[in-house]
Design a protein around this ligand. Structure first.
Ligand SMILES: *[C@@H]1O[C@H](CO)[C@@H](O)[C@H](O)[C@H]1NC(C)=O
Ligand SMILES: *[C@@H]1O[C@H](CO)[C@@H](O)[C@H](O)[C@H]1NC(C)=O
Ligand SMILES: *[C@@H]1O[C@H](CO)[C@@H](O)[C@H](O)[C@H]1NC(C)=O
Ligand SMILES: *[C@@H]1O[C@H](CO)[C@@H](O)[C@H](O)[C@H]1NC(C)=O
Ligand SMILES: *[C@@H]1O[C@H](CO)[C@@H](O)[C@H](O)[C@H]1NC(C)=O
Length: 520
C-alpha cells in the first residue's frame, strides 16, 4: 500500500518504476535495499486481518525482492507440496508458554533530533511507520531518563546543585523538544503506549569519581542518603513527565549496571553490583517508589537492563532476597551478547524464577568495532534482528524493544561517537528517510504477536541450522508461524498439527515469512 497525498498520484505514475509491495527501493553498497520515504512517497502496510476460515495469509520479505508481500494460500493445494526431505515442524496447540506484552523502540535524544530534522509531514509519517496501524503497530517505548550516549551532551536533571532533595530538579530541553512531543504523537497512533524509563547516570556529584562517564560508583551504601536520593530522582522524573501528560508502565533499575564497574567506560554509566542492587531495591528504591504511588501494581520495576551473561547473576541475587523481590516485576535484557552466548541464561532464569517477566529492552546492529555504524540496506542485519527475535520468543521473552527509533546517516548523533545502526535512517539534507531490512524484520513479529498472544510448543525434525521458527496463538484464535531462512537457497518446510493434513511450503532464500491461520 502506498501512503499518498491525492495530488501526488499523477506524478507518481512516472516515478514509481522500481516499486514493489509499495516499497520505493533504493540500493546502496550493501546486499539488499532500503525503502525510501519522502514527501511524495512512502510505503505502508495493509491492515493485518483475519484470513477467511480454512485459508492462510502469508507475508514474505526477502533479500532480493519483497517487503512484506502478502499472498493467500489454500492448505488443500499445499498438501501435495509435502516432500520427504523437508524440515518438519509439528505444532502442539496444547503446549503453551509465555504471553506477549509488546514490541517497541526507544525515544532517545538522538532519535528526536533526527525526527525533528524532517518536514512536519514526514515527522508524522515516521512515527506512524512505527506506531500506526499501517506501520509496525508498536505498543511499547523506552525513554532515557536524562542523557545517554545518544545525546549531544552529557547531562542529568540537576548537574549544578548538590542538593539531595532535588529542589533544582528540572527536565532538560531535550525532554521538552525531542522526546515528549513525539511520545505523545506515538501514543495517539498506537492508542496507548507502555512506556518504561531507564537512567544511564545520576549527577556526577553523587559519585566518588565526580564524573558522568568512566568507572563510577555512588557515594556511600544502599540505605544511605545518596542511594535514597537516587530513588527519589527517579520519582521526580516520573512526576515531571506526568505533569506533561506522559505516564509510565515501567522503569528499569538502571541502564547497564555493569558498565560503571568496567575500567574507563566511555559514556554515562554507574556501577551497581548484584549485592548493591539487591540492597538498594530492598531499602530505598522499592519503598520510595511505593510511597510515591509507583508500587508494583502501578509501575513495573525491571532489574538488570544489561547483557545476558549477567542475567542469572542479578536475578538470583535480587529474587532470592525476600524484601527486594517483592518490589520487582521482571527482568530486562540487552541483546549484545545473545549471538555469542545464546539463550540458556533466559531458560535457566525462567526455570528458577518463573514469576518474573522477561523483556528484551535494547538491541542494535553496528555496535562495537567489527563493522560499526550504518549499513544502508543490509539484509544480514535484518536477519540478525529476526534471529534474535525468534530466539527471544522461544526462550520466554514477552517482548522486544529496539534501541534508537531513528539515527542519521552516520548512526548518530552520539556525544562519544558510539555510532550504531537503526531500522530507520534519516537523511535531513535530502528530506527523506530510509526503512531498512531491520524494520521489515520487526514487522514480521510486531504486527502479528499482539499483547496476550501465547507461544506454542513445537518440535522440529530434520532441522536446518539456518532456519528458525516460532509459533504463537493470538487471542483472536489465529495461529501465527514465523520463519527465518538465512540460507542462500530455498528450503522446504512441512507443518503439521493444525490442519487436517500436513502442508508443505517452500521458504525462499534469505527470507522472513509470517503465516496467519484462522483456527476458529
Ligand atoms: C521442494 O519442494 C518442491 C515441490 O514443492 C520440489 O520440487 C523441490 O525439489 C523440493 N526441494 C527440496 C530441496 O527438497
Ligand atoms: C489438545 O487438547 C484437545 C482437548 O483436550 C485434544 O482433543 C487434542 O487431542 C490435543 N491435541 C494435542 C496435539 O495434544
Ligand atoms: C532535605 O529534606 C530533609 C527532610 O525532608 C530535611 O531534613 C533537610 O533539611 C533538607 N535539606 C535541604 C538542603 O533542604
Ligand atoms: C555487552 O556486550 C557487548 C558485546 O560483548 C559489549 O561490547 C558491551 O561492553 C557489554 N556491555 C556491558 C555494559 O558490559
Ligand atoms: C568521559 O567524557 C569526557 C568528556 O566529557 C572525555 O574526555 C573522556 O575521554 C571520557 N572518558 C572515557 C573513559 O572515555
Amino acid at each position: 500500500m502506498d501512503r499518498l497525498l491525492p495530488c501526488t498520484i499523477v506524478l507518481l505514475l512516472f516515478i514509481n518504476a522500481v516499486k514493489t509491495d509499495g516499497c520505493h527501493k533504493r540500493k546502496f553498497k550493501d546486499d539488499s535495499f532500503v525503502c525510501v520515504c519522502n514527501e511524495l512517497e512512502c510505503d505502508s502496510f495493509e491492515p493485518v486481518t483475519n484470513p477467511p476460515k480454512g485459508l492462510i495469509y502469508s507475508y514474505v520479505s526477502d533479500r532480493d525482492e519483497h517487503r512484506f508481500h502478502k499472498d493467500t494460500l489454500d492448505p488443500k493445494t499445499l498438501v501435495n507440496a509435502v516432500t520427504a526431505d523437508s524440515i518438519k515442524l509439528s505444532i502442539n496447540v496444547n503446549e503453551t508458554y509465555q504471553q506477549i506484552i509488546g514490541f517497541g523502540g526507544s525515544f532517545t535524544d538522538a532519535a528526536g533530533i533526527n525526527i525533528k530534522s524532517l518536514p512536519d509531514k514526514l515527522v508524522l509519517d515516521l512515527i506512524r511507520d512505527y506506531f500506526g496501524k499501517d506501520g509496525l503497530e508498536y505498543n511499547m517505548g523506552r525513554v532515557t531518563i536524562g542523557g545517554a550516549d545518544f545525546s549531544t551532551r552529557p547531562y542529568t536533571y540537576q548537574d549544578d546543585y548538590q542538593d539531595l532533595n532535588w529542589t533544582h530538579f528540572a527536565l532538560a530541553e531535550e525532554d521538552l523538544v525531542y522526546k515528549i512531543p513525539y511520545i505523545k504523537i506515538a501514543n495517539d497512533f498506537s492508542g496507548g503506549l507502555k512506556l518504561f524509563g531507564s537512567m544511564w547516570s545520576p549527577p556526577a556529584w553523587m559519585k566518588y569519581q565526580q564524573r558522568i562517564n568512566g568507572t563510577g560508583t555512588l557515594i556511600g551504601d544502599p540505605g544511605e542518603i545518596y542511594y535514597k536520593a537516587m530513588a527519589s530522582y527517579m520519582v521526580k522524573f516520573l512526576d515531571e513527565y506526568k505533569k506533561h501528560g506522559v505516564e509510565f508502565w515501567g522503569i528499569t533499575t538502571l541502564n547497564e549496571p555493569s558498565a560503571g564497574g568496567k575500567p574507563d567506560y566511555a559514556f554515562n554509566c554507574l556501577g551497581i553490583s548484584p549485592e548493591q542492587m539487591t540492597k538498594w531495591i530492598a531499602k530505598d528504591l522499592g519503598p520510595i517508589l511505593k510511597a510515591a504511588g509507583y508500587g508494583k501494581d502501578k509501575l513495573k520495576l525491571l532489574i538488570l537492563d544489561d547483557n545476558v551473561s549477567l542475567l542469572f547473576l542479578y536475578a538470583s541475587r535480587v529474587f532470592s532476597n525476600y524484601e527486594a523481590s517483592q518490589y520487582v516485576s521482571g527482568i530486562a535484557v540487552h541483546w549484545y551478547e545473545n549471538a555469542q552466548f545464546g539463550f540458556d541464561g533466559f531458560d535457566k532464569t525462567h526455570q528458577f524464577f518463573p514469576d518474573y517477566l522477561m523483556l528484551s529492552t535494547e538491541a542494535c546492529t553496528g555496535a562495537g568495532s567489527d563493522d560499526p555504524g550504518v549499513r544502508l540496506g543490509s539484509w544480514k542485519r535484518g536477519e540478525e534482528y529476526a534471529n534474535d527475535l525468534v530466539g527471544n520468543m522461544n526462550h520466554w521473552s514477552s517482548g522486544w524493544v529496539d534501541w534508537n527509533l531513528a539515527l542519521n546517516s552516520i548512526g548518530g548523533p552520539n556525544w562519544v561517537s558510539n555510532f550504531v545502526d537503526a531500522p530507520i535512517i534519516v537523511n535531513a539534507e535530502k528530506q527523506e528517510y530510509y526503512k531498512q531490512p531491520m524494520y521489515y524484520a520487526l514487522a514480521h513479529f510486531s504486527k502479528f504477536l499482539k499483547p496476550g498472544s501465547t507461544r506454542l510448543g513445537f518440535k522440529v525434525t530434520n532441522p536446518n541450522d539456518n532456519v528458525r521458527t516460532t509459533v504463537f496463538k493470538t487471542d483472536q484464535n489465529q495461529l501465527v508461524v514465523i520463519t527465518v531462512n538465512s540460507n542462500d537457497h530455498a528450503v522446504n518446510l512441512t507443518f503439521e498439527g493444525f490442519a487436517e493434513n500436513p502442508i508443505g511450503l517452500t521458504l525462499g532464500p534469505r527470507s522472513f515469512r509470517t503465516l496467519v491461520i484462522n483456527k476458529s
